[in-house]
Every structure is written in structure tokens, then in C-alpha cells.
Design a protein around this ligand. Structure first.
Ligand code: GLY
Length: 354
């Protein structure tokens, strides 16, 4: 499979990914190499990865606990201290081997340690392969508020080895799939149609490749999210608020990112029908597709109020306005739409309808 080339780095796939990093390590004099894992990727991926790539290289393993609740500045402090104690310097390399939490947080730690060291993302979850590891967004949560602290800084390369997906459970796979469905909704009705009817892990390489290509095209045109890149946030304004609400309420089981943005895409689909011309049939298609795959949540009135209160923290807000990405039709996004407040209740009522 061809590599996907960005303006500053490349995304390599499967055997070519291993060849690319081996070649890079053979030609680059890193003072030290660190591999960041969580307990899952340490158990399921580390040995395969290091046997294929770091046979002739000394490396140290840094470990964090898995899960969004650990994507915090406190974990970053532990990692900065570990790097410092293990004599990392500006010529050191950090390889982030894990899902979105590891690639987001590892990227941030690398980007800020001694004002920035090189990092390579090796995403092991579907979500990280098609979204988190690509495009240079790095960072951590602030309490339950998602990704409030961070920088945009690109990796040296991204290595996608789809064999790592074998260690993932179905729920995690579906979580990543929600981001791929989003890629169809915001850029390509044909891709949406393929994905909604034909997802199976047999053709996953091809689908990952398509999603990476879509994301890369968007990021190339607007790396710092001044305009076009905002379309990647379809479903995320309300989705992130839902995700944060579940993160901070210990009485609720945490929703995975894809599960939360699936809800966000139905709600924002409803807003699109009301404000930007999405048809009834397309909205029904979006709702049915997501509800077939993701849990339906019974939101009470006080949940909805608290979720809406979280919108003020959205990173796309400017001058006190909440800016939504909506759809004109499947495949055509519209950015910077303001929503009349009364429509939110209607959107949640539509979501709740059987
Ligand atoms: N995850 C959205 C973006 O990278 O812009």
C-alpha cells in the first residue's frame, strides 16, 4: 500500500511502515529511543513492534495507565520526569505505541520536553489510526473537559500496522468506525454508503487508507484549523460535551469517544436538517446507521441541561459564540453555524424518538 504523504511527514502502512522506521533509525543518530505504552499495548503490541523495528537499537519503555481519565497534565509531569531521569535530551526520540490517549499525550509530552523532541506515532486502535495519530493535534484533558491543553505539532512519521487491531475488542473497533463514518458524512456520500453497509475487518486496510487520505487532504489545506479543518469536528461539539459529561459523572459508565460522537452526529444531523438543508431522508439514514451500531442513551432533562452548559468550553468557540459544523447534504459540510438555543431541546427530543 502506497504511503500517504503530508507536507512534513509520511504515513506508512504495514510492512512498509516497518521498513520506513528501520531505514529512518539506521540513518538518524538519536541519543536515546523511548517507547510509550499503556498496559494493553505493553502486553499485546510491544514485543511484535520492537522485534520488527528496534532489534539493533537500545530503547527504554515508558508506561502510562490506559483510559481517557489518565490523559491529564499529572500523567505528563510523570512522563517529563521519567524522560529527565533517564537522560533524554533534545536528540531523543519518543515512539508512541498505543491508542488515541497515548498518541495525543505522548505527542504533547514530546512537543514540550526541552521545547520539543522528535516523536513517531504508532497507533494501535482504529480510532488512532484514522484520526488521532494524523494531523499533529496533541494534548490532554483539563479535568473532564476534552483536549483543552495542547499544541499542534507534527510527528516524524506515522506507522499504521493493521495487525495491531487484532487485539481490540468489538466496542473499541466500533468507536474508531464512528470517525470513519464521519469522514463519509463530511466529504463523500459514496464512502458513507460503502461504510454503512460493508464494514468488516477483511477490507479494513483499504478503508483505513481511504480515511487517512480524506483526513490528510483536509489537514494539508488548513493545518492549524482556521477554516476547512473545522469540518473534522462534525458531531464533536455536542459529542465532546456528552463525552465530558459522562467522564465527570461517576454514576455513568464512560462512553468511548466514538460512541459519544455518534450521538453528536445524530444531534448535529437534526440541527443540519433545521438550519442548513439536510433532507429528512438523509437525517433518518444518519440516525438509523448510528443507532444500529452504538448504544442509545436515555438522557434526562437535567443531563441535557448539564451537557448544554459544557458547550461553552468547546475549542471552536470565538468571541463567546458556539460555532457548529453542520451538513448541507451528506458529503457537504457547512462551518461556523450559530444555533438558536431552543433547537437543542428539539434535537435531543428527535434523538429520543423511537
Ligand atoms: N480530530 C480532528 C482533527 O484532527 O482535526
Amino acid at each position: 500500500m502506497e504511503s500517504v504523504i503530508t507536507d512534513t511527514y509520511a504515513v506508512h502502512f504495514n510492512q512498509r511502515a516497518y521498513d520506513a522506521i528501520n531505514d529512518h533509525l539506521a540513518h538518524t543518530a538519536y541519543s536515546k529511543v523511548f517507547v510509550l505504552v499503556d498496559e494493553n499495548t505493553k502486553r499485546d503490541c510491544l514485543e511484535d513492534f520492537t522485534k520488527a523495528t528496534l532489534n539493533n537499537t537500545d530503547f527504554e519503555v515508558l508506561e502510562v495507565e490506559s483510559g481517557e481519565k489518565n490523559k491529564t497534565i499529572a500523567t505528563c509531569i510523570q512522563l517529563w520526569e521519567a524522560l529527565s531521569e533517564k537522560d533524554a535530551d533534545r536528540k531523543s526520540l519518543l515512539i508512541n505505541l498505543g491508542g488515541g490517549v497515548v498518541t495525543d499525550m505522548g505527542g504533547f509530552v514530546a512537543s514540550t520536553f526541552k521545547r520539543g523532541i522528535a516523536f513517531i506515532n504508532v497507533p494501535t486502535s482504529l480510532l488512532a489510526m484514522v484520526d488521532a495519530s494524523i494531523g499533529g493535534k496533541t494534548g490532554v484533558d483539563l479535568g473532564a473537559l476534552k483536549n483543552q491543553i495542547g499544541v499542534i505539532n507534527q510527528p516524524i512519521m506515522v506507522l499504521i500496522v493493521s495487525d495491531f487491531l487484532k487485539s481490540l475488542g468489538e466496542r473499541q473497533l466500533q468507536s474508531g468506525y464512528a470517525e470513519m463514518l464521519k469522514h463519509g458524512l463530511i466529504t463523500d456520500a459514496g464512502y458513507w454508503n460503502v461504510l454503512k453497509s460493508h464494514f468488516d475487518t477483511k477490507n479494513i486496510d483499504h478503508l483505513i487508507y481511504t480515511s487517512v487520505t480524506i483526513k490528510n487532504k483536509v489537514v494539508l489545506q488548513d493545518p492549524t484549523e482556521q477554516h476547512l479543518r473545522k469540518i473534522l469536528n462534525f458531531g464533536h461539539t455536542l459529542g465532546h460535551a456528552v463525552e465530558s459529561y459522562f467522564l465527570e459523572h461517576i454514576a455513568y459508565e464512560t462512553l468511548l469517544h466514538g460512541e459519544a460522537i455518534a450521538i453528536g452526529m445524530i444531534l448535529e444531523g437534526y440541527l443540519s436538517k433545521s438550519l442548513t438543508g439536510l433532507s429528512d431522508a438523509e437525517l433518518t439514514d444518519i440516525k438509523d446507521t448510528f443507532l444500529k451500531r452504538y448504544p442509545k442513551i436515555d438522557f434526562k432533562e437535567n443531563d441535557i441541561d448539564a451537557i448544554l452548559a459544557l458547550l461553552k468550553f468547546d475549542k471552536k468557540n470565538t468571541h463567546g459564540n458556539i460555532n457548529f459544523v453542520l451538513l448541507k447534504d451528506i458529503g457537504t459540510p457547512v462551518i461556523d453555524v450559530k444555533i438558536p438555543h431552543e433547537l437543542f431541546a428539539d434535537a435531543f427530543a428527535y434523538y429520543a424518538q423511537v
